[in-house]
Design a protein. Structure first.
Lengths: 462, 658
């Protein structure tokens, strides 16, 4: 394939570059109606317009030049940047646990992608060691890139592949697994792995970062160290999400994969356990300190159940006040086998859609109810609406989080169509996706402005 | 007794050897001899309502101990766009600082602490930056690209500053030459440091994110006075728009200096241009001194590559310790180490800056890089010799010191000692080769200390969170039509008005030419009088009276308008000004009443002249007529001011009969 000399340039801008014979990475002297400019021509992001050329000037800054102002351009040199994270061989230290890092395409380690102007992941153990050398003091790390997809593109196919790959690693005697993952859908994958990998003898830790690792204040390095420590050393043999506790660089939380949710679009401390406390905290100084007393302990055996099943015709609908029955009808008509409804309050929808629900249930669609409030249980006995809905075949999913319920229904329907069996799978907790009780400290959303809250925030890092 | 080494004598001899001259005695030939070179980076806050990339208010400040919450970040070096690590970044990483940010909800949001991506750039700020770029004759870019500039000192919670170039290649005129400009950028301001002790550095976030411009010149300044002139010019130019902030900290400059064979060193955050000449003078000679040290070392030590320090741990019990910091170190069970610097005798006490020697270069780096609080070392070439001969009797045999060596003693927490020893060796090794690339912190006395390793272009990275902003031709043309008059034209205007030259700095700094012009044109008042009134009287009142918050210079226009209308003598404005300045809401009639001013006719005022002259004959000790006139003037001055001019009064007294 011929080298692309004009990376990202199109239309008028591409025409200008070819006219004056100037390439990307060429050092150019440009005369414009606004005066002279000198610098290296940089690639242009595909989504930007075709009216400007990007130049890196001597002081390291980038500037754009309007092609309408360009009088002449001359290429006086050529120097292609060789962007590479320094790679150093990851040292093997006898006595440290063996940890495998499985890559899915998150931003744990990344570099700039000119095509999109965004960051793309970089991954080998050598690159990671180059970026986070502290890892070598924690474990002996190997890596495998299973796929490179952005978090939003993770789906059933990837869940199943991951579960199988992890099963193999466990068989082969690994001491812990880390999964690098984009954060947007991290909790979906965490739920999927909770159901697909049961009775794991080792910790399986999902980790991501809220600030890409090309930033000095990124949370990636610390999250990765926390995850490596948890995978290699902790006694908790469960599927967990490991992300920042407070927004400060202090400690991480280990969340159960079935009860965790991304709760802020950009905060570092975005992942929270809903309706319960996190499993544990993890820090470089103090290691893993369990918060929950009960958890699955690490074992020496290699017995693990891998259940890589998923029915893709499952959907989730967020109820809103004027929802029409055709929303549900269209799902049914399109062959959907399961629907998670995220209802208001204790688990409600309005009357106009009752007929649609009845019709769906009659056609064998499995419908489960969760709540928009996220915290609390579905309680369909309290009001008539709830009782009506249950009579029509909607099954309350206790205090299962909507996303976990969606994943679980897909997993259950991947194994059976029998309503009773599906119901049994859905309502028998595998790892706390439903809990028999909600502890008093499971719901803590404090409001700013209240004196005692302000005092707390002032004293402790949020 | 053998010939003992005298560090003080060595200090003075080396000062002489490099040909140091104090600034007051320095001439252009001195600067030419050492190859003085200097350029400026002038920062100016813009007067906007909001911060640059979020909607927090700009210009609202909090005291250090008032905050709602704190958070902690650690910074790690990352690769630049072109795949390089930056030197400063690596140094900052070695210092392992815990950075604490204090947040007040009113002045900082989740963007400021890097928990939210940037919002769109503040258009008000962008427009001011473009106007100033046009005034600076810069070539305006076609598209503004937001870039991340790494700062690992923690002064920005993201670890980088969002910044963008608005224009390149401009110029400003000085009295005798033109100085070229490299570029002008718009950027977000950084946090203000509260403290930096040991491994904890605390910042507050009120100033963080405020819009700022940075004007960068080529190193075209040939002596310290030109540096100040250039800095003043850029400052006046910025202020001439009336759209920039004034007051403490709103304008700061970094000054780049080198001598021939030296290195670009950046003196950071100089708040007053009048401090600049002394600072750049001393920095240039410091580099000249370091080059002299290099020559001495390379003469003394054959193979510099093999040079290394040796060290030994000391036991407090082996010494009779009287030095308080060492006693404290002993109580804290700090490590206590003696270091031998082979061949360094006479180097540690080599002159570098007035009152400073080479040993200070090491001491400053120990504080910054190894986090050892000062006092953090002793050495064998201090003027006040704290290391005694008895001490050396213990140390010398273990360290195997030689006649030509010198020694350093350090103490501190065990975990910092490795970095401390590396720091000492690293700084000494540099002395064989070059003047290190540094940013330095300035002091009012004209000296500087090491702050950080100077970062280079390797810390730039495109901001993947924001899109480029196109600047259309029509927009730029519209802005060019509404620019204020150039500062150099205002100089000429003042000269033409015959306003005394000692007022120019004040008038231009406060952007007063438009105010003077209005008074001259609208009220038909003499420009020389008006300019002098501002440059002398207003300046004096500003320095001696408490300004009310609602006072502004338009009040002076109103004052003259009033005096014109009342047909009063304009000189009374000088008497009224302090009252107006302190009580701008008071109407002018009340001001006069307050001053016990009475309206009188000329006749009423001159009437008692004869009587007073008689009186003087009775009481006056000196008989000469000038004394008489002065005395009579003194008696009548108060009644006259505002009613008739003092000049008039004087001639009446002189004419008046005895």
């Amino acid at each position: 394939m011929a080298e692309d000399f004009f990376q990202g340039y199109k239309g008028a801008a591409l025409k200008a570059l070819t006219k004056f014979n100037v390439r990307v990475w060429g050092q150019a002297e440009i005369e414009t109606t606004r005066g002279g400019f000198k610098g290296t021509v940089l690639p242009r992001s595909e989504n930007d317009d075709d009216q400007h050329i990007v130049l890196k000037i001597a002081t390291g800054y980038n500037v754009g030049l309007d092609i309408k102002t360009i009088k002449t351009m001359k290429e006086v040199g050529y120097k292609k940047a060789n962007y590479k994270i320094p790679e150093k061989e990851f040292p093997v230290t006898p006595g440290l646990p063996k940890v495998k890092l499985i890559g899915t395409g998150g931003t744990i380690a990344s570099r700039l992608d000119y095509r999109t102007g965004a960051v793309i992941p970089a991954f080998t153990p050598g690159e990671l060691y180059g970026a986070v050398p502290e890892l070598a003091d924690i474990c002996n790390l190997t890596t495998e890139k299973l796929f490179a997809v952005f978090s939003e593109n993770m789906g059933p196919e990837q869940y199943k592949k991951l579960a199988v790959a992890i099963g193999k690693e466990i068989e082969n005697g690994i001491d812990g697994i880390i999964i690098g993952h984009g954060t947007d859908t991290l909790h979906y994958t965490a739920a999927a792995l909770t159901f697909m990998i049961q009775d794991s003898p080792i910790p399986i830790v999902l980790v991501g970062s809220q600030r890409s690792s090309d930033r000095p204040s990124s949370d990636a390095a610390l999250n990765l160290m926390h995850a490596a420590y948890t995978a290699g050393h902790s006694d908790i043999a469960e599927v967990m999400v490991c992300m920042f506790g407070p927004t400060s660089d202090e400690y991480g939380f280990l969340h159960r994969g079935s009860r965790v949710r991304k709760m802020h679009s950009s905060y570092r401390s975005t992942f929270r356990t809903i309706g319960d406390t996190p499993l544990a905290t993890v820090s470089r100084k103090a290691g893993v300190i369990p918060i929950k007393q009960k958890y699955n302990h690490r074992r020496k055996d290699r017995k693990v159940k891998i259940l890589p099943y998923f029915e893709e015709k499952v959907s989730m609908i967020y109820y809103y006040t004027n929802m029409q029955p055709d929303i549900i009808d269209s799902l049914v008509d399109n062959g959907y086998k399961g629907i998670i409804i995220i209802g208001t309050g204790l688990g409600h929808v309005n009357k106009p859609i009752y007929p649609a629900i009845e019709r769906a249930v009659k056609k064998g669609v499995h419908i489960y109810m969760t709540v928009q409030t996220l915290w609390g249980y579905v309680h369909m006995f309290v009001y008539d609406t709830g009782r009506d809905l249950m009579a029509k075949g909607v099954i309350p999913a206790e205090n299962m989080l909507p996303e976990a319920a969606y994943i679980k229904l897909g997993w259950a329907l991947g194994q059976t169509d029998d309503p009773e069996e599906v119901r049994r799978l859905m309502l028998t907790p595998i790892n706390d996706e439903t809990t028999p009780r909600e502890p008093y400290n499971g719901y803590l959303i404090y409001q700013g402005g209240v004196a005692e809250v302000e005092e707390f925030i002032r004293k402790f890092h949020k | 007794m053998k010939n003992k080494f005298d560090p003080k004598k060595n200090y003075h001899e080396t000062q002489k050897a490099i040909g140091y001259v104090p600034r007051k005695k320095a001439a252009q030939k001195d600067y030419d001899r050492i190859g003085f070179m200097s350029g400026l980076e002038v920062h100016q806050q813009l007067l906007t309502k909001e911060k640059l990339f979020c909607r927090c208010p700009a210009g609202v400040y909090n005291p250090s101990d008032i905050f709602d919450s704190e958070l902690i970040r650690h910074m790690r070096p990352t690769l630049s766009e072109l795949g390089e690590y930056d030197g400063t970044a690596l140094m900052e990483f070695r210092t392992r600082k815990e950075i604490v940010y204090r947040i007040k909800n009113e002045t900082a949001c989740t963007y400021d602490v890097d928990d939210t991506p940037p919002f769109k750039i503040d258009r008000e700020a962008l427009e001011i930056a473009i106007e100033i770029s046009l005034l600076s004759k810069l070539n305006i870019v076609g598209e503004v690209h937001i870039t991340r500039k790494q700062y690992l000192d923690g002064s920005i919670p993201t670890g980088f500053q969002r910044t963008a170039i608005i224009g390149v290649e401009g110029e400003i005129p000085l009295k005798n030459k033109k100085v070229r400009l490299i570029q002008l950028s718009i950027e977000e301001d950084s946090c203000r440091e509260i403290s930096d002790v040991g491994h904890v550095r605390i910042y507050k976030t009120d100033r963080l994110g405020m819009p700022l411009i940075e004007t960068v010149t080529y190193p075209d300044f040939a002596n310290p006075d030109e540096v100040k002139e250039g800095a003043d010019y850029i400052r006046f130019l910025n202020r001439s728009t009336g759209k920039v902030r004034t007051g403490i900290g709103s304008a700061r400059a970094d000054v780049n200096v080198s001598c021939r064979g030296g290195t670009r060193v950046e003196i950071k955050g100089v708040a007053h241009t009048r401090w600049m000449p002394e600072l750049v003078h001393n920095e240039c000679f410091r580099q000249w001194a370091l080059l002299h040290i290099r020559e001495l070392l390379n003469k003394k030590i054959k193979d510099a590559r093999k040079w290394q320090i040796s060290f030994t741990y000391l036991d407090y019990e082996d010494f009779e310790i009287t030095y308080e910091p060492l006693k404290a170190a002993r109580d804290k069970k700090y490590k206590f180490i003696a270091v031998n610097l082979p061949g360094f005798k006479g180097i540690l006490s080599h002159f570098t800056q007035p009152g400073k020697m080479f040993a200070d270069e090491i001491c400053d780096r120990l504080k910054v890089i190894a986090c050892l609080e000062k006092p953090n070392m002793l050495h064998t070439e201090q003027f006040d010799q704290i290391i005694t001969d008895a001490d050396m009797k213990v140390i010398a045999p273990v360290l195997k010191t030689g006649e030509k060596d010198s020694q350093i003693i350090i103490w501190g927490p065990e975990e910092d000692m490795k970095t401390a020893l590396e720091t000492i060796e690293e700084r000494c090794r540099m002395a064989f080769e070059f003047v290190p690339n540094e940013t330095r912190k300035s002091f009012e006395n004209g000296t500087t200390i090491f702050e950080r390793v100077l970062p280079g272009a390797d810390r730039m990275y495109p901001d993947t969170d924001s899109k480029p902003i196109p600047l259309e031709n029509e927009y730029i043309e519209k802005l060019s039509k509404n620019l204020p008059v150039e500062v150099s034209d205002r100089y000429h205007q003042l000269q033409k008005w015959e306003v005394p030259a000692d007022t120019y700095t004040y008038i231009l700094k406060k952007n007063l030419v438009p105010k003077i012009d209005a008074i001259v044109k609208d009220l038909k008042i003499d420009p020389k009088f008006t300019g002098t009134f501002f440059g002398h009287k207003v300046k004096f009142v500003e320095g001696h009276y408490a300004k009310a918050t609602d006072f502004n210079f338009d009040k002076i226009y109103e004052l003259f308008k009033y005096l014109k209308k009342e047909k009063m003598d304009l000189n009374i404005a000088k008497e009224m000004l302090p009252v107006v300045y302190e009580h701008p809401k008071m109407d002018f009639d009340s001001v006069l009443e307050n001053m016990k001013f009475r309206k009188r006719t000329k006749e009423q005022i001159v009437a008692p002249i004869g009587f007073l002259k008689e009186k003087y004959k009775e009481i006056g000790k000196k008989k000469n007529p000038k004394c008489e006139t002065d005395w009579v003037m003194g008696q009548l001055r108060k009644q006259a001011v505002g009613n008739i001019s003092l000049h008039d009064l004087k001639s009446h007294i002189e004419k008046g009969k005895a």
